[in-house]
Design a protein around this ligand. Structure first.
Ligand code: 5AD
Ligand code: FES
Length: 360
């Protein structure tokens, strides 16, 4: 590790911000020593706020129909081999009931951009979950919708919304998406979500095709400026039926390094150790926590549809039952000295955050 790298990690640790060129320099020069240094600081920062708590979110993948054609994604519209399914609102609700029984207090409703799920269908479902489980957080991950739709779902009781920005660089965005999708529109959606009052999550893939160190630096700068409540990152993994089938996957090392930098950028960030990370390495999710992540998202979808929500090849947990994943993750987290907590898992409020760092 060079002196410059050490200096930049220290600076990020104390000020939580860097210039674009400084992020780029860190990414270009990443090595085992700089990864260890960033991870040590990230874990210390997280410990101040969250101790050894890891939050769980129950993920319900309720439709794999999608009107979009993102070049990297296994459920893209043009993939004729995808076996399409959608759960009924009743089935989604019973996943929540099962999740509640298993201890979950956050449900994440995720799906492709499926025109079937109009506000007329979704709003009553969200309202029903809200009134049935008043102590739970409802997170939506449904892609790009109108401001009116985001507002209606928020008013019905949704608390959080995940919409990965995918890449903060417009030219890179254009290489990963068909012309019908616009980087500007995605960014506008993120601003709308935040202004409505959602706890908003952005995120990006690590090692996606055509990605440069400069692009990744822009992603970090975007997170620094946007100040999301959550940020989902994971390695790009090729899917055999997409135009990027032959591209290499993103690396474990770069993903872990970026998780640590994200923790230093925003100490209270809700940062998942993703399924994609667990897919490229058997201990990927544990490594993610040890690099600074503090959220895991086991799958609550019914066993019969799990092997159909395939954004990339070799996805883990497609043959498990919800209860098995819960038990497995509990054990995995305990083994590395962490503990899964069954709360809504909100970030601490501003006062509490202040006392964390005043006592330093
Ligand atoms: N590899 C890794 N992540 C992917 N996603 C979509 N396709 C892939 C892939 N091939 C991610 C995108 C999307 C999220 C739901 O999954 O970032 O926003
Ligand atoms: Fe699903 Fe381990 S988390 S089997």
């Amino acid at each position: 590790m060079t002196e410059k790298t050490q200096y930049l990690i220290d600076k990020l640790h104390t000020t939580h911000r860097l210039e674009l060129s400084e992020y780029e320099c860190l990414i270009e020069r990443m090595d085992a020593a700089s990864r260890a240094c960033a991870a040590e600081k990230a874990v210390a920062v997280r410990k101040e706020i969250y101790g050894t708590d890891v939050f769980v979110r129950g993920l319900i993948e309720f439709t794999n129909y999608c009107k979009n054609d993102c070049l990297y994604c296994g459920i893209r519209r043009s993939n004729q081999s995808a076996d399409r399914y959608r759960l009924t609102p009743e089935e989604v609700f019973s996943c929540c009931r099962e999740g509640y029984r298993l201890g979950f207090r956050t449900f994440v409703l995720q799906g492709g951009e499926d025109p079937y799920f109009t506000d007329e269908r979704l709003v009553p479902l969200v309202r029903h979950i809200r009134t049935s489980f008043p102590d739970c957080a409802i997170t939506l991950s449904l892609g790009e919708r109108t401001r009116e739709s985001y507002q209606a779902l928020f008013s019905a009781g949704a608390d959080r919304y995940l919409l990965r920005h995918e890449t903060a660089d417009p030219a890179h965005y254009a290489k990963l998406h068909p012309a019908a999708l616009s980087w500007q529109h995605r960014m506008d959606c993120l601003q709308e979500l935040k202004s409505i009052g959602y706890q908003t999550g952005c995120g990006f893939m690590v090692g996606s095709p055509y990605q440069t160190s400069h692009d990744l630096a822009e992603d970090l700068l975007f997170v620094q400026e946007f100040q999301p409540a959550m940020c989902g990152i994971g390695p790009f993994i090729p899917h055999k039926d997409t135009p990027f089938a032959d591209r290499p996957a993103g690396t474990l090392e770069m993903t872990l390094f970026l998780l640590s930098l994200l923790r230093l950028i925003k100490p209270d960030l809700l940062l998942p150790s993703t399924t994609a990370l667990g897919t490229i390495h058997p201990l990927g999710r544990e490594c993610g926590i040890e690099a600074g992540a503090n959220v895991v998202m086991p799958n609550l979808s019914p066993a019969g549809v799990r092997d159909k929500y395939l954004l990339y090849d070799n996805k883990i947990c497609t043959e498990e039952e919800s209860a098995q994943c819960v038990a497995c993750l509990n054990l995995r987290m305990e083994r590395i000295g962490y503990r899964i907590v069954n709360s809504r898992g909100d970030p601490p409020d501003a006062d509490r955050l202040k006392t964390c760092f005043d006592t330093d």
